[in-house]
Write a protein that binds this ligand. Structure first.
Ligand code: CA
Length: 230
C-alpha cells in the first residue's frame, strides 16, 4: 500500500485529502509543520509527499529543496500545493525539484489523479525493466539513474519517466502536451513550463557525466526528442 505524507496546516484540507486518498487505498500520514515534515520523510520514507508552501516553521519550498539534497529523500515525488496568487512559488517549486503542483482551490479528484499519475510506473518500464543502453549512456530503471563509465547521476522519479520515454524512442519528436499527458497524466493540457523545467534538470545531470553529448534536442516550436545514435 503506497504511503503518502500530507504536509498542510489547514485542517479541513488535510481531512478532505486524507479521506479521498484512503478511499483509493493509500496509507496517509499528515503533519502541519515543515520541520516535522523533514523528519517524517526520513523516518517514514513515504512514496509521495503532498506539500503546502505556507507552513508554520520551515516553509514548503525549503522542505522541497532540503529533500532533494538528501540521498535518502531525493527521489521521493513531491506535489506542491499553492494558492492561485502564488505564481512565482509554483515556478520556484519546480525549480527546486517538485514533480508537479496543484493550485488551490483544487478538486480532490484532480489531486487523486495527479497522485496516481506520479506513482504509476510508465507502461514502457513495466514491460521492460532492463537498463536501456544508448551509446555510452545507460539508464537504469531500478536505481533511477543515468550512468556512463565511472559516473552516475540520480534522477527523480519524474525525471526518470520523462527521460525513459524520450530515450526509448530516439529521434521521435514529443510535443510538450504529449509529454504532459504521458508522464504527468494531464488530459486537458497542463503548464508547459513543467516539462521545460524537468528537461533542463535532466540536461544538467546528463551534462555532469563525462564525455556527455547533447542527448536531448529541442525541436523549436514543437517539443523535444532524444538524439538518434548511429
Ligand atoms: Ca498553508
Amino acid at each position: 500500500m503506497p504511503k503518502i505524507l500530507v504536509v498542510e496546516d489547514e485542517k479541513h484540507i488535510v481531512e478532505l485529502v486524507s479521506y479521498a486518498l484512503q478511499k483509493e487505498g493509500y496509507e496517509v500520514l499528515a503533519t502541519r509543520d515543515g520541520d516535522r515534515a523533514l523528519e517524517m520523510v526520513r523516518t517514514k520514507q513515504p512514496d509521495l509527499v503532498i506539500l503546502d508552501i505556507m507552513l508554520p516553521g520551515t516553509d514548503g519550498l525549503t522542505v522541497c529543496r532540503l529533500m532533494r539534497q538528501d540521498d535518502q529523500t531525493q527521489d521521493i515525488p513531491v506535489i506542491i500545493l499553492s494558492a492561485r496568487s502564488q505564481e512565482l512559488d509554483r515556478v520556484l517549486g519546480l525549480e527546486l525539484g517538485a514533480d508537479d503542483y496543484i493550485t488551490k482551490p483544487f478538486s480532490v479528484r484532480e489531486l487523486v489523479a495527479r497522485v496516481k499519475a506520479r506513482l504509476r510506473r510508465s507502461p514502457t518500464v513495466r514491460g521492460h525493466r532492463r537498463p536501456l543502453r544508448l551509446g555510452e549512456l545507460m539508464i537504469n530503471p531500478d536505481r533511477l539513474t543515468v550512468e556512463t563509465a565511472g559516473r552516475r547521476e540520480q534522477l527523480t522519479r519524474t525525471e526518470f519517466e520523462l527521460l525513459w520515454l524520450l530515450a526509448a524512442n530516439p529521434g521521435k519528436v514529443f510535443t510538450r502536451d504529449l509529454l504532459l499527458e504521458q508522464v504527468w497524466g494531464y488530459h486537458f493540457g497542463g503548464d508547459s513550463r513543467t516539462v521545460d523545467v524537468h528537461i533542463r534538470h535532466i540536461r544538467q545531470k546528463l551534462g555532469r557525466l563525462p564525455g556527455s553529448l547533447q542527448y536531448i534536442e529541442t525541436v523549436r516550436g514543437v517539443g523535444y526528442r532524444f538524439r538518434e545514435m548511429s
